[in-house]
Design a protein around this ligand. Sequence first.
Ligand SMILES: Nc1ncnc2c1ncn2[C@@H]1O[C@H](COP(=O)(O)OP(=O)(O)OP(=O)(O)O)[C@@H](O)[C@H]1O
Ligand SMILES: [Mg+2]
Length: 485
Amino acid sequence: MLPETQINLLLIEDEDFDVRRVKNTLKPFGDRIVIRDVVSNGLVALDLLKSHPGAYDVVVMDFQIAGSVMGEDLIRKIKKVDASLQIIVITKMTVNITDYDFAERLMVAGAYWYCTKYPGDIENYIYQPTDFILSIVNAYQKKQLELESQLSKKKLERNVEEILSQRRIIGISSATTNLRRQIEKCAASDMTVLISGSSGTGKEIVAYNIHYSSQRKHENFVPINCGSIPGELIESELFGYEKGAFTGANAKKAGLFEMAHRGTLFLDEVGELPLNAQVKLLRVIQDGEIEKIGRTTKIKVDVRIIAATNKNLEEEVKAKRFREDLFYRLNVVPIYVPPLRDRIDDIPVLFDHYLTDFSSDMGKPKPTIGKNAMNIIVTHSWPGNVRELKNVVHRILFSGESVLTNHVVLNALGYAGKKGEGFSAASIEFGDPETISPWKQMEREMRERYFVYVRRHSSSDAEAAKKLGLAPSNYHRMCKELGLK
Ligand SMILES: Nc1ncnc2c1ncn2[C@@H]1O[C@H](COP(=O)(O)OP(=O)(O)OP(=O)(O)O)[C@@H](O)[C@H]1O
Ligand SMILES: [Mg+2]
């Protein structure tokens, strides 16, 4: 009956005779149930509980004691100090043993149980000693359960915090500040969200941030890439099927809607959804019920939908590739994530963030970057957006250079052979007047950047050489000298 570990009690009792009664009752179990302290005053008890967190498991208290804090008031105050503490009240045996009202008031205030004692000094024991011992053991077990549940709640919170910190949205531009505000608003509501923006802009992390900041954060976030599942399988993925629904259905399968019940379903690349699946999706969104393949009755689901697309869905609707009614159902709260080149203030911040992050991951010191090299990064057009920027940082670190020159950066940007991704030739800067570069170095940098610029705006090396007024062989040699080949 008694647990292996020791149960620590705080006894709040102001009559010596009653203290003796409790001690006598507990004596046979003295090695397991220990009265750590006896106090006769409610305020002293509260001070003791506050100054010794975790020291007591169960509080045994007389209902009526001298002093300013007693009874239900004291119960409430103890629970405020530590909600996991369990309280057993000992009351004088009242004449009316069917006073349910009194018992209820104790429980409502937060007591775990109550036991009675004989009036006056009739007995040396608490009335019904076995009940008393049992209630202490049960109270202890309840405390353990509550601690465990507090712990798992904390763990869940920590998980959510970790997920969010891994997917923190970096950036200081007004567009990104605005994006954060939109995410906050979406997290506070349960509305369907449609996130649009070109590839690599951060649509997926926006979806994660909405879910894990919302009320549904402890439930599942279920992502599905609508573009990567063959059309004929989409329905069974989304809605699942019963055993024997079709040949090959050997066991029943839960669909993603069921898995996302109470949570969020993230329909990534929703523009890729085949038309027949669009019809079914629309029906589920309208009815809040799914039709599992091979099942006659529908299943109610509570799922929040966040969709994302890098297509212009309005254009898709016009071209009849996307159902207009579904578009309106999804586009309740639209969020547009702009391309990186439209929020250039974010570029140096993101670059620095990933440079710090990845070099620490690789156990390398963080390289330094010159002003000109940073300029190249900021003026690059970033067609692949943040994803491209992350790759470039990886490539730069892979080069192993501790100082990032224009040359290293240009190489990592993979300018060679690419067309139409110019950086501004006007953005050549002379750098810090305190550290003027020698002419030779500056000349080289300018030549390098000009060559890159011209090559970008030419369809071939031969064309670039022609524009530069150089013989192809000279152009080739100079590129080599500059390390551009
Ligand atoms: N503002 C940001 N701060 C930090 N990391 C970001 C930011 N935006 C994007 N990323 C990172 O860039 C990468 C691409 O982002 P994500 O996958 O969310 O883009 P996407 O818009 O969903 O792209 P696609 O359309 O190709 O699926 C991810 O590794 C993501 O963590
Ligand atoms: Mg994505």
